[in-house]
Design a protein around this ligand. Structure first.
Ligand code: HEM
Length: 471
C-alpha cells in the first residue's frame, strides 16, 4: 500500500468512527428524552411535541393525592403557627403592620381632599408584601431605635428597600426558572440573592423583635443539621414563597371589585356591618380600627370574592416526581397507569378553574360564585352530574399544599377591609379594561398584569391614600 492510500484509508476510518459516535450520542440522547418511547396500555395520552419530554400533563378534573414526601419541620411549624391559635397571633401582627404602613400619617393631612395617583399593582403589592414581611421576619425594636415611633419609621424605610429589590428579582424569576437569563441578568440575580441572604441572615434577624413563630421555628429547628449560611438562603426561599403571590392577588381582588360595582357594594356593606357589630368606627382622633381574627370569620361575601379572584388569577403548575409505578384515578372513573421516573404536572387553571362545566361563564368575575342562596360558603360544584372534590386549587394539593393559605387569605381580607373603611379609591379611567396576564408567568402561581407601567400612569388609583375619607 502506498503512502497516499494509507492516509485516505486512515481518514475514512476516522470519519466513520466519528460519524458512528455522533449517531450513538444522538440515539442515546433521544432515548433519554423518550423519543422512542411508546405509549403502553392504560397510560394517558402523551404529547411528544418538538422537544420530547415526558412530563405527564393532567389537565382534567381529577382525584389527585400528593406523593409522600417528608416535610416534618415545615409541617410542624405551619401546623403550629399558620393555623388555630398561631394563626390568630399572625393575623394580629399583620394588622399592626398594615396599620403602620397604611395609616401612620392619619391626622397629618393638610389637604384632606387631595388625591394621590399611584400604580394600583405597585401600590397593592408594596403594602401587602411589606406588611407580610414585617409580620413574619420581625420589626425594629424601640430599644435600639430610640422610641416606638422611630422603630416604626425604620420598619417602613427598611421594608421599602427590601420590596424594591424583591421586585427586581421577581421580574427576573421566570427567565431564571426557564434557564434563559442573559449573563447580565444572571449577575443581577446573584447580586440580589447575596443582598437577601445578608438582609435575612440569622445574624440580622436576631436584632429584631416579634419574629413570627413560623420563621423562628423554621430557622431554629433546622440549625442542628444545617450550616448558618444555608439557613440564611432558606430564609429567602421562605420570603419568596410567602410574599410573591399575596401582593399580586390583592391587586386583582381590588381591581375586580372596582370593575364590578355590585361586588364592591356587597363587600363594602358586609365590611361596614362587621365593623359596626364590633363596636368600632373610623373617626378623627379615634383609635385605629383593629380587625380581629374573629371579625374576619364573619365575612362570607368577602371570602367568596377572594376565592373567585384566586380562581381567575392563580395558575400554578403543580409538578411531582413519580417515585413508583402508580395508578391515577380520575374523577370520572377512568384510571391511568403512570410510570416510575416520570414527572407529572397538574395545571388546575385549565383543568378546574376555567372549566365551563364546573364554573359556568368561567372568565367572568362573579363575586358570589362561592356563596349559597342563604349567604353561606358554597362548596358543591358539579361536572357531568358528579360532584367535584377539587373545584379550585389555587393553593395546590396534597403533601405540599400551601401551608400559608389561611394566613394569606386573612392578609388579603385585612388589606381590602382597611382600604374600604379608610379610603376612597377609584380607577383613573373607569373604562380601563382588565389587563392581560404577563404570559411569562404561567405556572408560577398568581399571575401578574402585563402592563405594570400603564397602571402607574394610565390606570393608577385616584386615591387619598394618605387621608382617611371620613374626616
Ligand atoms: C395568595 C397567596 C398564596 C398563594 C396563591 C400560594 C400558592 C401556593 C402554591 C400553589 C404552592 C405549591 C403547592 C403545591 O405544590 O402543591 C405553595 C407552596 C407554599 N406556600 Fe404558598 N401561596 C400563597 C401564600 C403563602 C403564604 C402567605 C405563605 C407563608 C406564610 C406560603 C407558604 C408556602 C410554602 C412554605 C410552600 C411550600 C410548601 C411545600 O413545599 O410543602 N404561601 N403556595
Amino acid at each position: 500500500m502506498n503512502k497516499k492510500m494509507f492516509w485516505v484509508k486512515l481518514k475514512t476510518f476516522l470519519l466513520l468512527t466519528l460519524f458512528l459516535c455522533v449517531l450513538a450520542c444522538l440515539f442515546g440522547g433521544l432515548c433519554i428524552l423518550g423519543f422512542f418511547r411508546q405509549r403502553r396500555p392504560g397510560e394517558p395520552p402523551l404529547d411528544k411535541g418538538w422537544i420530547p419530554c415526558w412530563v405527564v400533563f393532567i389537565s382534567e378534573t381529577l382525584c389527585y393525592n400528593g406523593t409522600g414526601n417528608e416535610h416534618s419541620i415545615l409541617d410542624a411549624a405551619s401546623q403550629k403557627h399558620l393555623k388555630g391559635h398561631g394563626l390568630q397571633i399572625m393575623t394580629e401582627t399583620m394588622m399592626s403592620k398594615l396599620q403602620n404602613l397604611m395609616l401612620h400619617h392619619l391626622g397629618s393631612c393638610e389637604n384632606q381632599k387631595s388625591w394621590k395617583e399611584d400604580g394600583l399593582f405597585n401600590y397593592c403589592y408594596n403594602i401587602v408584601f411589606r406588611a407580610g414581611y414585617l409580620a413574619l421576619y420581625g420589626n425594629a425594636t424601640a430599644q435600639t431605635e430610640g422610641d416606638e415611633e422611630k422603630a416604626s419609621a425604620k420598619d417602613r424605610t427598611e421594608s421599602e428597600v427590601l420590596f424594591h429589590e424583591f421586585r427586581k428579582y421577581d421580574k427576573l424569576f421566570p427567565n431564571l426558572a426557564y434557564g434563559v437569563l442573559t449573563p447580565k441578568g444572571k449577575r443581577e440575580a446573584n447580586r440580589l440573592l447575596s443582598f437577601f441572604w445578608d438582609t435575612l441572615s440569622m445574624e440580622r434577624i436576631k436584632s429584631k423583635e416579634n419574629i413570627s413563630g413560623w420563621i423562628w421555628d423554621m430557622s431554629h429547628n433546622r440549625k442542628e443539621g444545617m450550616q448558618e449560611s444555608m439557613i440564611d438562603r432558606y430564609m429567602f426561599v421562605l420570603l419568596f414563597v410567602s410574599q410573591s403571590n399575596t401582593g399580586p392577588s390583592s391587586f386583582w381582588l381590588l381591581f375586580y371589585l372596582m370593575k364590578h360595582p355590585d361586588a364592591m357594594e356587597a363587600v363594602r356593606n358586609e365590611v361596614l356591618k362587621v365593623l359596626k357589630e364590633s363596636g368600632q368606627e373610623v373617626r378623627p382622633g379615634g383609635p385605629l380600627v383593629n380587625l380581629t381574627h374573629e371579625m374576619l370569620m364573619k365575612t362570607p361575601v368577602l371570602d367568596s370574592a377572594v376565592e373567585e379572584t384566586l380562581r381567575l388569577v392563580a395558575a400554578p403548575l403543580l409538578t411531582r416526581s413519580v417515585l413508583q409505578d402508580m395508578t391515577l384515578k380520575m374523577a370520572d372513573g377512568r384510571e391511568f397507569l403512570i410510570r416510575k421516573g416520570d414527572r407529572m404536572a397538574v395545571f388546575p387553571y385549565i383543568a378546574v378553574h376555567t372549566d365551563p362545566e364546573i364554573h359556568p361563564d368561567p372568565f367572568t368575575f362573579k363575586y358570589d360564585r362561592f356563596l349559597t342562596p342563604e349567604g353561606t360558603k358554597k362548596t358543591d360544584f358539579y361536572k357531568g352530574g358528579k360532584r367535584v372534590r377539587y373545584y379550585t386549587m389555587p393553593w395546590g394539593s396534597g403533601v405540599s399544599m400551601c401551608p400559608g393559605r389561611f394566613f394569606a387569605t386573612n392578609e388579603l381580607k385585612q388589606f381590602v377591609f382597611l382600604m374600604l373603611v379608610y379610603f376612597d379609591f377609584e380607577l383613573m379611567n373607569p373604562d380601563e379594561k382588565i389587563p392581560h396576564f404577563d404570559a411569562n408567568r404561567w405556572g408560577f402561581g398568581t399571575m401578574q398584569p402585563d402592563r405594570e407601567s400603564n397602571f402607574v400612569t394610565g390606570l393608577g388609583i385616584k386615591s387619598s391614600t394618605h387621608c382617611p375619607k371620613k374626616y
